[in-house]
Design a protein around this ligand. Structure first.
Ligand code: AMP
Length: 398
């Protein structure tokens, strides 16, 4: 079954076409700067020699992007058959515990979650509505970043604030990066040669956004992100955990507005804020090697807090087969893995430095010594494949 996976951001549309059974990538691409004066695109397929690139008319949006995409997929050279569309949706609240056919009640439920993800869900909805108009005969499926975390129990998802805020307004931990955590859990089970239902891991998705999750017998029991993707680990530009009192202080004593504080914590903090240089781990590693003290401090805080969170998550599951690193940093940054694991020796992790140095580069790899009581594994994530598989599974069973 060929699945078109669509991920709509506020000004972009990312897509891939995946043969769900084999995981084969048939096409992929990005429409960028949608709604601006200079929208542009790049689409490519292993079946064609050259990528298709170009610009779209001024202020073109999802409609024009989907016109261009549909023409590309149906073009004489490509003629790709699409069987269903899987949409990445950021927030499914408590409505969705798995993938779901996007009929009207489901669309209404996604809409009702918009206040929890005002930057993401409205864009996802616009993309779905456009895709329904362009491909009216195809099943459209929603796959939610939050769904994998719906197995989390109240003792882990409730905040210690008045209970009625949860009951009346749904204020609780939801968690994100669900497709990534779910994908690496299934890959870890495969690598360890165990059924997923008997596999327990802690997965650390470390990209521009970062989150870790404790997964027991294949189900998520806790995670670091919360009501929004701001909680938890230090990220590229997001602060992660901090004393909520900092927000009151910024407002009352420094006179910052709520919008300014929102921007400060989401866009100017994390690695960027600490280093005053970059949100990009590669740049910070280079600057650290050249002696930049702020960059050195930023990465130290990043790994220290990561290790602290992983150790905390370990206490939420009774056994753990492996610690998994994924995402741009988790897959590629040898030093982040080494420095984090050095702090976690008490969990029974014995790093194999040579395996760590050669791991990643698009390949799975165990980076601990063969007799290490707890294994650490690098697993390149593939959220698109997870979305394609879940879409195919749902469509196949209907
Ligand atoms: P993602 O959001 O998953 O694309 O991850 C982005 C992050 O991965 C950025 O901080 C990049 O600097 C980091 N990253 C990507 N490649 C490397 C690499 N080879 N070494 C270190 N960090 C990397």
């Amino acid at each position: 079954m060929n699945i078109l996976v669509i991920n709509c951001g506020s000004s972009s549309l990312k897509f891939s076409v995946i043969e769900a059974c084999s995981g084969k990538d048939l096409a992929r691409g990005l429409f960028d700067k949608l709604g601006s004066e200079t929208p542009c695109y790049k689409m490519e397929s292993p079946l064609l020699e050259a990528p298709a690139t170009g610009s779209l008319p001024c202020h073109a949006g999802y409609e024009t992007a989907l016109d261009t995409l549909a023409a590309y997929l149906a073009s004489e050279q490509l003629q790709l058959r699409i069987d269903a569309i899987g949409h990445r949706i950021v927030h499914g609240g408590e409505h969705f515990t798995g993938a779901c056919l996007l009929d009207q009640p489901a669309m209404d439920a996604v809409k009702s979650c918009s206040s929890l993800a005002p930057l993401h869900n409205p864009a996802n909805l616009l993309g779905i509505e456009s895709a329904k108009r362009h491909f009216p005969k195809l099943p459209q499926v929603g796959v939610f970043d939050t769904a994998f975390h719906q197995s989390i129990e109240p003792e882990a998802f409730l905040y210690p604030i008045p209970f009625e805020l949860y009951q009346q307004h749904g204020i609780r931990r939801y968690g994100f990066h669900g497709s990534s955590h779910k994908y690496v859990a299934s890959e870890a089970a495969r690598i360890l040669g165990k059924p997923l239902k008997q596999t327990s891991i802690i997965s650390a998705h470390l990209g521009n956004g970062c989150s870790a999750a404790a997964i027991e017998n294949g189900s998520c029991v806790d995670t670091t992100m919360g009501l929004t993707p701001l909680e938890g680990l230090v990220m590229g530009t997001r602060s992660g955990d901090l004393d909520p009192g900092v927000i009151f202080h910024l407002h009352r004593s420094l006179g910052l507005s709520i919008e300014e504080i929102d921007t400060l914590l989401n866009k100017k903090s994390g690695l960027l804020g600490l280093s005053q240089r970059s949100n990009d781990m590669r740049s910070l590693r280079q600057a650290s090697a050249e002696g930049d003290v702020a960059a050195q401090r930023a990465v130290k805080i990043f790994t220290r807090r990561l290790a602290k969170s992983i150790a905390g998550l370990r206490s939420t599951i009774s056994s753990c087969d492996a610690l998994v690193f994924t995402g741009g940093i988790g897959e590629n940054d040898v030093q982040t893995r080494a420095e984090t694991l050095a702090r976690l020796a008490h969990l029974g992790i014995q790093l194999d430095p040579a395996a760590n140095a050669s791991a990643g580069r698009g390949q799975n790899g165990i980076i601990t010594q063969p007799d290490s009581p707890l294994k650490a594994i690098v697993i390149p994530t593939n959220e698109e494949l997870m979305i394609a598989r879940e879409t195919a599974q749902l469509v196949g069973s209907n």
